[in-house]
Write a protein that binds this ligand. Structure first.
Ligand code: ADP
Ligand code: MG
Length: 476
């Protein structure tokens, strides 16, 4: 690609080998780290988080577009979370057939019935995009999804710019090294958490990271923890099991875990059905939602991030509901939407089924799941749809236009993997952070970005899923 890394560098085997060695050391020095798969709960042995040897060209205009729409996405998510009727309507057909979403929705309803005890809202999200290649060779920014729950890699991506700058300088590409922007989502995410903690107003109360059983990606979270400790904000790491065993509410609904008052619950676990291993785990989630602690995200913001809501937002007139007098905001958000189609029962859903069966390669079929590896592509779309098309089971899915980014050659560096050139596709994520107190937005910012790149052999992505790797945009 024009203004990317030249062929002479990409094809120089001896140089590539040398650069890969430099790159791995640079990643370790910068702290782009992961625990190893064999011992995910120990830091005795760590390795570099997988990453690309070179940064990937991204046109400046679309990059800026992705940053400038982010605060509107923050507002949108926040407004959806407060619109009970909208959530109810949007998710009605989904919760009738999808047990996990239904379960979350029941918690949401129970909280509404009991009355929300906390009016401080903390949102940390990441809106993900791919650049759809147009026939005229330009590309357009299309949203893949928005993650309102446990959006990761804000920590590690803060360390990535210096890794690629170092590699490019060793490769003699000083000019390119200067086209890599600074990036520090960890700082912005932590600032929002700190703000919520401050508004909660109890110096001894902690920020609780609700973490997974297996914690390979702990360093990503440690960056945010460290930022909080710098501000003298106590942080603790607890699992669902800890909350099950030691969690309780005081009479005024303050949350205590292991005897410690919790000001903010920052969920880094709890977005997949398998995270809820028992009824007690669900009880623990409910307890946290009922508490006075600030939840990131609260249950309604969690639901606002579902793929079904994303599809409903793309329907004509829906964005206008949330931005009634702001046509330019509506336009800015809508410009990033790909084609999204309902599979609800009725003629519109029937049309979607027929369209998908006729040309499955043009689409992605998505269930209401997060974390990578759940979507359905190609001929498998037909298999799945043939099985469910006559029943309400189909409403567990949405259909989306498949986005076609321009493949770019790169080397993916991953522990114990052979060094070989691959055709790669990238996904740009933009981090948003906001804090609201009652009706007052006290913070609403775009706090950084993340570029993830995968081999084009894989349809689905995800760094944690072992497919994508960390990258940086090289602005062109
Ligand atoms: P998840 O919640 O599992 O991350 P996503 O919607 O982000 O679900 O999809 C996972 C991956 O599948 C993405 O990272 C991307 O690589 C691929 N993908 C998803 N939607 C599309 C699409 N419309 N076009 C092309 N690839 C897609
Ligand atoms: Mg995703």
């Amino acid at each position: 690609m024009a203004q990317g890394i030249p062929e002479t560098v990409m094809m120089n085997t001896a140089l590539i080998k040398e650069l890969a060695d430099v790159a791995k050391d640079a990643a370790l020095l910068q702290g782009v780290l992961m625990r190893i798969q064999e011992t995910p709960n120990s830091s005795e042995l760590v390795t570099y988080a997988p990453f690309t040897l070179f940064p990937t060209p991204v046109p400046k205009a679309v990059f800026i577009q992705s940053l400038s729409v982010q605060t509107h996405y923050n507002t949108l998510v926040d407004k959806i979370s407060q619109d009970t009727d909208f959530l109810q309507e949007a998710l009605a057909s989904t919760i009738a057939v999808d047990d996990f979403t239904a379960r979350l929705f029941r918690i949401h309803q129970q909280i509404l019935k009991e009355g929300r005890s906390q009016h401080i809202v903390l949102g940390l999200n990441r809106s993900d995009y791919m650049l759809d290649q147009r026939e005229d060779e330009t590309s357009s920014l299309k949203q893949i999804e928005i993650n309102t729950f446990a959006a990761s890699f804000g920590g590690l991506s803060s360390r990535m710019p210096d890794v690629h700058r170092n590699i490019l300088k060793v490769a003699g590409r000083l000019e390119e090294s200067q086209r890599i922007l600074d990036n520090n989502p960890a700082d912005g995410l932590a600032r929002a958490v700190a703000k919520a903690w401050e508004l909660y107003g109890r110096e001894r109360a902690a920020v609780m990271f609700l973490v997974e059983e297996s914690q390979r990606n702990i360093f990503d979270q440690r960056y945010i923890e460290t930022e909080l400790w710098k501000r003298d904000i106590p942080t603790i790491r607890k699992r669902f099991d800890d909350v099950c065993k030691t969690g309780s509410l005081s009479q005024d609904k303050r949350l205590f875990v292991d005897g410690q008052e919790v000001a903010v619950v920052y969920y880094r676990n709890g977005y997949m059905p398998q995270n809820y291993i028992s009824e007690q785990t669900w009880d623990a989630r409910l307890l946290m939602e009922q508490s006075l602690a600030v939840k990131c995200p609260d249950i309604s913001t969690h639901l606002a991030g579902t793929k079904k809501v994303q599809q409903v937002l793309a329907r004509p007139g829906v964005l206008e509901r949330f931005f009634p007098n702001q046509p330019q905001v509506v336009e800015q958000i809508r410009a990033t939407f790909a084609g999204l189609y309902t599979l609800d029962m009725g003629p519109e859903g029937d049309k979607t089924v027929a369209m998908a069966l006729a040309a499955p390669d043009r689409f992605v079929l998505k269930p209401q799941r997060e974390g990578g590896g759940n979507n359905i592509y190609g001929s498998e779309i037909c298999q799945v749809l043939e099985g469910v098309k006559e029943s309400t089971e189909r409403t567990a899915y949405i259909l989306m236009d498949k986005i076609h980014p321009t493949p770019v050659q790169n080397y993916l560096l991953r522990r114990d993997a052979a060094l070989k050139i691959s055709s790669c596709l990238s996904e740009l994520g933009v981090f948003g952070a906001y804090v609201r107190k009652g009706s007052d937005m006290v913070m609403n910012e775009c706090v950084g970005h993340l570029l993830r790149t995968k081999s084009s052999e894989h349809s689905d992505g995800g760094v944690a899923a072992g497919v994508a790797v960390l990258d940086n945009p090289l602005l062109i």
